[in-house]
Design a protein around this ligand. Structure first.
Ligand SMILES: NC(=O)C1=CN([C@@H]2O[C@H](COP(=O)(O)OP(=O)(O)OC[C@H]3O[C@@H](n4cnc5c(N)ncnc54)[C@H](OP(=O)(O)O)[C@@H]3O)[C@@H](O)[C@H]2O)C=CC1
Ligand SMILES: CC(C)(CO)C(=O)C(=O)O
Length: 338
């Protein structure tokens, strides 16, 4: 188990917070491109893995549009292959979860003795998947409340928020408290102007994020709506609240208590995201595979295992499975080709 942070935090431990750490960004998309660029802008050593944008970014770097400051990085460490990347202190997983089958081949090339893998993806059970590859003591979760989109190759738009809730992973999602390496990652992100909240219990943090992702990411797709639309209409708002309440009930079945006023507070917070489409709706609009299993299927199965009935989530999951199968995946392409 990771060393816990204690109140006798000595001066050498404090010094280690400001040491230089290297970061690998697996998936330089809307999320990874934004956070990675901000880290590099703050003087941190960052290495970016790219796919379709590789040639462009190698030549022109990255461009970030943001209300917190628009900037260009003319030169970045860009890679097309993990085998060419150096081992790094922090490996940030920012692929879509639909690509997580690649992690078994990618992560072992990048980890060294003290590396930690920081999973910034949405969903449930994603850290467990990563722990199965690199070991439970090397994984941290990061829940990102941010609205980011890719505008053009190497060009990302950050619209709202940006805060990350960080928490350690341990086997079976046991709560781990606050560790020294959480403070180290926080130091780096805060140097890059990204607000970090530390959480003692990753599973609680995951359920709290799912309370938002399940209604908003799901309903923006099936109703072809924005966050603003869903909150403004009396019927969809009621549906959102029912879905949120279902997740509060499931979290409670896993002994994670979520305060009664959490839903109301989160709705106010999310309302500020306005006409943002959500990352799942952006995928749907581009007919990319949807993160159905990580964001909807895993919570649904967790509810079923706990004996909790979640009819709204069950319906949403089935609708999204249909859309994903016939509109977004290779199978859909094959169907269209005939
Ligand atoms: N966007 C947002 O605001 C938020 C996103 N999230 C979560 O963050 C995660 C990432 O989402 P997001 O950034 O939006 O997704 P994107 O699709 O924008 O980014 C994923 C990136 O991974 C790249 N990629 C895929 N396969 C490979 C590969 N084999 N080698 C190298 N690169 C690869 C893609 O490259 P290519 O360009 O070639 O497809 C793409 O740039 C998801 O789990 C999402 O739910 C969470 C909160 C907010
Ligand atoms: C909550 C929300 C909508 C913004 O952070 C999100 O996580 C997403 O778009 O995937």
């Amino acid at each position: 188990m990771e060393v816990r942070f204690d109140s006798n935090f000595n001066s050498s431990a404090r010094r280690s917070l400001s040491e230089n750490r290297s970061y690998a960004i697996l998936g330089t998309g809307a999320l990874g491109g934004f956070y990675g660029a901000r880290l590099q802008q703050a003087g941190i050593d960052v290495h970016f893995l790219l796919r379709s944008d590789y040639e462009y970014v190698k030549k022109h770097g990255l461009f970030i549009e943001s209300p917190d400051g628009t900037f260009r990085l003319p030169q970045v460490n860009a890679y097309r292959n993990v085998h060419d990347m150096p081992c790094c202190d922090v490996i940030v997983v920012a692929l879509k979860t639909t690509q997580n089958n690649l992690l078994r081949q990618m992560l072992p090339c990048l980890v060294k003795d003290n590396s930690v893998v920081l999973v910034l993806q949405n969903g449930l059970g994603v850290e467990e998947e990563v722990a199965g590859i690199v070991g439970s003591n090397r994984v941290m979760g990061g829940l990102c409340f941010t609205c980011n989109d890719k505008v053009a190759p190497g060009h990302f738009r950050h619209l709202h928020y940006g805060v990350i809730t960080l928490a350690e992973y341990a086997y079976d999602y046991l709560a781990c408290g606050i560790t020294k390496r959480m403070l180290q990652v926080k130091t780096d992100f805060e140097r890059a102007g990204i607000l970090i909240q530390l959480a003692e219990d990753l599973l609680l943090a995951r359920w709290k994020k799912l309370i938002c992702n399940i209604p908003f990411n799901g309903l923006t797709v099936v109703l072809n709506a924005t966050i603003k639309d869903l909150i403004s209409d009396v019927h969809t708002r009621a549906l959102v609240e029912e879905m949120m309440q279902e997740m509060v009930t499931v979290a409670a079945a896993y002994h994670r208590a979520i305060a009664d006023d959490y839903i109301e507070k989160r709705l106010k917070y999310i309302a500020k995201m306005g006409p943002y489409r959500t990352s799942t709706k952006i995928d749907f609009d581009y007919r990319r595979s949807l993160e159905v299993e990580a964001i909807f299927g895993n919570p649904l199965r967790a509810a079923q295992q706990a004996g909790i009935d979640t009819p709204q989530l069950a319906m949403l999951y089935r609708q999204l499975k249909f859309l994903d199968t016939y509109y977004c995946t290779d199978r859909a392409i094959a169907v269209l080709a005939h």
